[in-house]
Ligand binder design. Sequence first.
Ligand code: CA
Length: 364
Amino acid sequence: MKRRQFVTGVAAAAGVAACSQESVECAGGGSTAQQTFEWNLVTSWPPGLPGLGIGVENLASRIEKASNGRLKIKIFAGGELVPALEVLDAVSRGTVQMGHDSAYYHRGKVPAAQYFTTVPFGQTVHEINAWLYYGGGLELWRELYQPFNVIPFPAGNTGVQMAGWFNKEINSVDDLKGLKMRIPGVGGEVMQRAGASQITVPASEIFTALQTGAIDAAEWVGPYNDIALGLHKAARYYYYPGWHEMGPMLQCTINLDAWNSLPADLQEIVSNVCQAINVDMMAEYTWGNAVALEQIRANPNVELRPLPDDVLRLLKKLSEEVISDMAAKDEWAARIKASFDEFQRIVIPSQRIGELAYMNAREL
Ligand code: CA
């Protein structure tokens, strides 16, 4: 698709090449201040989903308001325009200008993309924000996506998730063997090494897969989203913590030709609104999860349980193996792992005497 098809209004195609692809602060396409843009945004999410879905709606409406209507964004839920798990491909091809989904859905094509959602036993929401905005993570992410003609923005986080819904009890590492579980990304590979089988299904199909027994277990997000999908009606045991997704980042992706066609002020608005949504979504999840958890605790058909320590120990060991194997096979994964590990080496001791020490003190 040609660049001019991305924009509406006069003189749209003029002067759009002035911008270097990787530069966020580039001067824009020389478009006029009156020019308006109508973009399409595809997501992986079911329509109106709390958190992820609401976040995208806020993203679009804030950009439209902040730009005084100069950039209008039409949202399509997962599967409406393109398949739910092919958002990045659609943005890359220029089928749409914008997408909102998770980087790790694309690790089949781009293994290192996993880092920009989360890796098991990896970064909390505070840590991933700090790594991306201040630790060099975002620069690596943008370089990784450049060959796909896409620029990514951090755009939301769910915070620490749940280990998931299970119709079988997990009392020891042996209970993982033969378990059929919906769990995407590297977390799924870890479960496979623990003897389970990984099944990837989009959000809209999790409930049916659990209820019919096609799968024994599924992770989705946490109480707020899981109740919205009705998962508490499809499984009995609700295990925590989300060892595989402790601060997963959502991504807003923009086709680089579309991005470069925007004047500098609209680029600044898009960039700032993505950052605002990143904060806002986490606040929505913190509150929404707490309220939903109260309902789950009151439900006699659900048992809330921690994963046993020896299960977590095994999953941690296997996670380290899977992540090391990834780095051995993929140059990009090795490069990003080096940045990630160095950041964590410095940040974890500070978190221990900060967030962790306080959280422990509050429980005394
Ligand atoms: Ca999840």
